[in-house]
Structure formats: C-alpha cells, structure tokens
Ligand binder design. Structure first.
Ligand SMILES: [Zn+2]
Ligand SMILES: [Zn+2]
Length: 197
C-alpha cells in the first residue's frame, strides 16, 4: 500500500502521511515539520515587495512608498530572521544584485521611504552624506567636526556663556562648530585645563 507523500513547500524534502494524521489534516499540510511551518511564516527577502505601494501603468515613475514600519529617519524597516534590514537596500539587492561592502544605496528622489528601484542608486558614504545634508536630514549636533580648532579666547567664551546658563551645550556646539561632547569636556574642565584661572 502506498503511503501518501508531499513535497515540503519550505525545504523541498518529501514527507509522508503519518498513521494518526486525519485525511483532512493531511490535505491542509504544506510543511514537513513544525520548524518548516514556522520558517514559512517568517519574512523572506522577497517579501519586501508585499509592503511596497508599487505603482504601475502611467504612475510607475512615482515614488513607491514603504507601507511597513519605519526607522525614525523615514527609511523602511523589515525584519527577517530576527534582524532588521533597510527595505530599500533589499529592493536594490534583488534588482541589481549584491551591494558591495561600503556601498550605500541612495535615493535620487530624496524620499527615504521610497522603494522604487528606478529611484535607487549605489553610492559611497560621501554621496549618502551629501544627499542627507542636501535634504537637511542630517541630525544636528550628531556629527563632530573635530577639525575645528578652538582658540583660547573661544574656550573662555564658551565657559563664560555656559556659566550664565543662557546656552545649552548643544547650542554652544552649533555656535562654535564643534560637537556637544567637545563642549561638555570644555565646560567640565576636562580639556583646556591650563586656561583655568
Ligand atoms: Zn520542510
Ligand atoms: Zn522615489
């Protein structure tokens, strides 16, 4: 007597109906094991397309918005096997192939949540940075322009301005072109100690 068999939709192995499995249950079985059933519910890289508002016809050239969850800066986020990925990067990889290390995926449309492959291009970190600056999305005070050399006068001024409590460390950083961490070191006398009266 032939034992009914199926091919697991997840792993592709052939599996057989067990004696204690009802006919109805067997008909609904798609996977060889609980593990494969669980795996099938998880996102796969190609599932990225399910959450994109794909435009077709005359509208194909518009932005294809990401409909899933997003990072704070607007980039689409998708979870695959417990790890979060940038949606537009997955789109890029599936259309144009693997992204070489160090290459960023940038938007020609300046819309971070857009997943239209026609709006994506591979660029360097500098391209990405330039784009972010152009879009004004660069988080203020995050980037430390440490090549700014402060003069003795400026350091004294920073301490004075901070002591009158009119300015926050962040604001002072913006005024003098250094990061907040640098201001913190100055006002807490961790740096420029020789200027302490
Ligand atoms: Zn399987
Ligand atoms: Zn776009």
């Amino acid at each position: 007597m032939n034992i009914p068999s199926k091919i697991c939709l997840m792993c592709g192995t052939i599996f057989y109906k067990r004696n204690n499995c009802s006919k109805q249950k067997w008909n609904n079985t798609k996977y060889c094991s609980i593990i494969c059933k669980y795996q099938s519910k998880r996102n796969k890289p190609q599932d990225v397309w399910k959450k994109i508002d794909i435009k077709s016809g005359d509208d194909w050239w518009r932005c294809w918005e990401w409909l899933g969850s997003k990072y704070k800066d607007g980039y689409g986020r998708i979870k695959i096997n417990q790890l979060s990925y940038l949606a537009h990067r997955l789109v890029y990889e599936q259309i144009y192939g693997n992204i070489p290390i160090g290459l960023y995926v940038c938007h020609t449309c300046n819309n971070p949540s857009c997943c239209n492959p026609n709006h994506l291009y591979g660029g360097t970190s500098k391209d990405n940075m330039n784009q972010k600056v152009r879009e004004g999305r660069q988080a203020k005070g995050k980037q430390c322009f440490s090549n700014v050399k402060l003069t003795d006068e400026e350091v004294l001024k920073i301490r004075r301005l901070y002591s009158i409590k009119e300015y926050t460390q962040r604001k002072l950083g913006e005024i003098f072109g250094v990061c907040q961490a640098e201001i913190s070191m100055i006002v807490n006398n961790k740096k420029w100690k020789y200027l302490l009266g």
